[in-house]
Design a binder for this molecule. Structure first.
Ligand SMILES: [Zn+2]
Length: 413
């Protein structure tokens, strides 16, 4: 046990010491390190590069079904103002049971855990002929995962019967779904005139303001009609508890039902507004960039149709970016095994969660691969200054994953 513990701590620390900041998201060095690490243990791996200097590393052992994918991304977000870090962001310093640095939680800790689990169990899977285990360290998750998991799934490299994505859920929780993305632009067009005689023009800013208010009303109305998949009701309640807990630190006076609403309905965030060119002109153009996140059971296209119909001629609705919400049924084998692992190994009844942001899990689910997100770290620490992961959580998630993977392949009753 002590050997595994030291290996995970050391790996987490070394992965942090190899910067892979995105943007630009170059993964040449870290992919090289992982490839060598696997090679030294006798595992062959393959490198696939879909964008320059953004290689992915994939190792595969055993043959036939079932196929289980372990996945983690190698890129991290920028460290921001380095003077705000107690320990330098790429130190990987280990202090009092914590490993510090950019990516400790999101998700070099998780990568270290799946690398270790792979190294331990791949020989067993191979020897017993019980299926195929795939390890994948991928690029570009922080900016959409297009030359990473998306390309690997499209090429048939990451195809399997189940997947574990080791993003930070924390040892006692796991994620079964995520909201989808619906980002649109509302565009109002008017007629220009001199600012001293506004009655001769048609003010696009005023039209946009009315359209924004109307859009908010429409989304509220749409939300009243949403029917969530019944198997997700508990997960949405659990998520609300987690977000409420995390919000306490900021001193906001929000309630559980506020968070249930934000997780289980379409959220509404006007993010950017532009319009007009001069104070003494009646503006003929104004636009809003609107970010909405849609819960499982709702398609972004339904929301867009609803807005278009409801706004009529008030403003045009242009699509900026959409992605479907997605989830894996709590009844799927891989989800049940992680659930059971947390119960039996850690002695805690875990809570499945839906997250409001997107992970690479969406590409796997889009191909029908049951996917559970489970890994060390805390959501609140991802992308934060002084990011760290606790050694305890690294070990917890490792032990639960070993439990789940062994049973997935029938290596242990
Ligand atoms: Zn991540």
């Amino acid at each position: 046990m002590a050997k595994v513990e030291n290996q995970i701590i050391d790996l987490t620390s070394r992965l942090i010491q190899i910067p892979s900041v995105n943007p630009p998201g170059y993964t040449v060095n870290i992919a090289g390190f992982i490839k060598d690490w696997l090679n030294n243990l006798g595992f062959r791996s393959e490198v696939r590069e879909y964008a320059k200097d953004k290689p992915n590393v994939i190792a595969r052992v055993g043959r036939g079904k079932p196929v289980l994918i372990l996945n983690g991304h190698m890129d991290v977000v920028p460290p921001g103002d380095e003077t705000k870090w107690v320990y330098p962001p790429f130190s990987g310093k280990v202090v009092e049971g914590r490993v510090y640095g950019r990516g400790a939680t999101d998700m070099k800790g998780g990568l270290a855990v799946i690398m270790t689990v792979f190294a331990e169990l791949a020989p067993l899977v191979e020897r017993q002929g019980s299926g195929t285990l795939i390890f994948s360290a991928t690029a570009d998750e922080e900016t959409g995962g297009h030359p990473g998991v998306e390309a690997l799934v499209r090429d048939g490299v990451l195809i399997g019967d189940a997947a574990i994505v080791a993003e930070p859920s924390g040892g006692f929780r796991y994620y079964i779904g995520e909201k989808g993305l619906c980002q649109v632009k509302l565009v109002a067009v008017g007629r220009p005139a001199h600012g001293s005689l506004p009655i001769l023009g048609d003010n696009a800013i005023m039209k946009l303001v009315r359209a924004i208010n109307k859009a908010e009303e429409l989304i509220n109305e749409f939300n009243r009609g949403i029917k969530l998949p019944s198997e997700l009701i508990d997960a949405i309640k659990n998520s609300a508890e987690v977000y409420l807990e995390a919000s306490r630190a900021s001193g906001l006076n929000l309630t559980l039902s506020d968070f249930e609403r934000v997780v289980g309905t379409v959220s509404f965030n006007p993010g950017v507004v532009r319009g007009g060119s001069k104070i003494n002109m009646v503006p003929d153009h104004a636009e809003l960039e609107l970010d909405m996140r849609v819960p499982p059971g709702v398609s972004p296209n339904q929301v867009i149709d609803y807005l278009r119909n409801g706004l009529g001629g008030m403003a045009d609705v242009e699509v900026l970016d959409i992605s479907e919400p997605n989830y894996t049924s709590p009844g799927e084998t891989i989800v049940r095994l992680i659930h059971e692992g947390i119960e039996r190994v850690l002695g805690v009844t875990p809570k499945p969660i839906i997250v409001t942001g997107a992970t690479d899990g969406r590409y796997l689910r889009a191909r029908g691969i049951p996917t559970v997100v489970y890994g060390p770290g805390e959501l609140a620490l991802a992308h934060a200054y002084n990011e760290y992961v606790t050694v305890e959580d690294l070990l917890r998630t490792h032990d639960v994953m070993v439990y789940a993977v062994k049973r997935f392949f029938g290596l242990e009753k």
